[in-house]
Design a protein around this ligand. Structure first.
Ligand code: SAM
Length: 251
């Protein structure tokens, strides 16, 4: 491959150091204690079901927002069961890498990604911590994180980690709950649309998680992106302004 990253050097999986997990990991062990669990569904299946339902539509909207040029290479950090990398490969990415610090999530992402051997595209799932990404600087055309940065103790470090692995001119984008996200607003949004069952349950649960973590104003997210060296910033909201998309280009 003459253009784009050299896969063998860019993709160097390294073991996640135990101390890094202790410091930075807000993975499933933590989330499980904070999330109510839908009866009969355990962690990974909870997220797989969310991505297969209404949350999947949100990730499709985010993929359109990113607008990755065809043939690009992209990293999705905190990919969970991996819907977004699958969508991006379907949408024309040459390489989509999903990483997550939960091995169970990575295993499920691998199961859900059915390799298409006739295709030129490539999809990879691997275990990695967001703040210790095992990739060379400037390895990708784009790096993304949906519903991850707001969970990190220091979201600024998340932006910096994403920006590091993107080439100059490449795209860095994040999806997070907006400042307005809260349990009552999420419930009202779902009720106004007549959404019940798991869709409502998981969106309200998401709001509960947001209330316990970072709910930054849009200007604060934009400032963090700017501090990470991003330019041409754009922000959009979805779901009645409860979900915030931010993207920028690496200078
Ligand atoms: C709320 S889920 C979002 C999953 C997916 N991005 C989505 O929007 O559907 C957060 C994901 O980030 C992963 N995660 C949490 N902390 C992480 C970290 N420090 N590094 C990598 N992944 C992390 C969790 O295991 C989980 O799969």
């Amino acid at each position: 491959m003459s253009d784009g990253p050299n896969y063998s050097t860019a993709l160097r999986p390294v073991p996640i150091a135990q101390e890094a997990r202790c410091c930075y990991n807000r993975g499933m062990d933590d989330l499980q204690t904070e999330l109510d669990v839908w009866p009969g569904l355990a962690d990974v299946e909870y997220f797989a079901r969310a991505q297969a339902g209404g949350w999947g539509d949100m990730l499709r909207a985010f993929a359109r927002f990113i607008d990755l040029p065809p043939g690009g290479t992209v990293l999705d950090v905190g990919a969970g069961p991996g819907l977004l990398p699958r969508l991006l490969v379907k949408g024309g990415a040459r390489l989509a890498v999903g990483c997550d610090d939960s091995l169970a999530m990575v295993r499920r992402a691998v199961e859900l990604a059915r390799p298409d051997r006739s295709s030129e595209t490539c999809q990879i799932s691997l275990a990695a911590d967001a703040l210790r990404l095992p990739f060379a600087d400037a390895a990708f055309d784009a790096a993304l994180a949906t519903n991850l940065l707001f969970l990190l103790p220091d979201p600024a470090a998340g932006w910096l980690a994403l920006a590091r692995v993107v080439r100059p001119g490449g795209i860095v984008a994040c999806l997070n709950p907006s400042e307005a996200m809260c349990v009552s607003a999420a419930a009202a949004f779902m009720d106004a649309r007549g959404v019940g069952g798991f869709g409502r349950f998981s969106f309200v649960n998401y709001a509960r998680l947001a209330e316990a973590h970072h709910r930054l104003p849009v200007d604060a997210w934009l400032a963090l992106a700017r501090d990470a060296g991003l330019i041409d910033l754009r922000a959009e909201t979805r779901a009645g302004e409860l979900v915030l998309f931010v993207r920028g280009a690496k200078s």
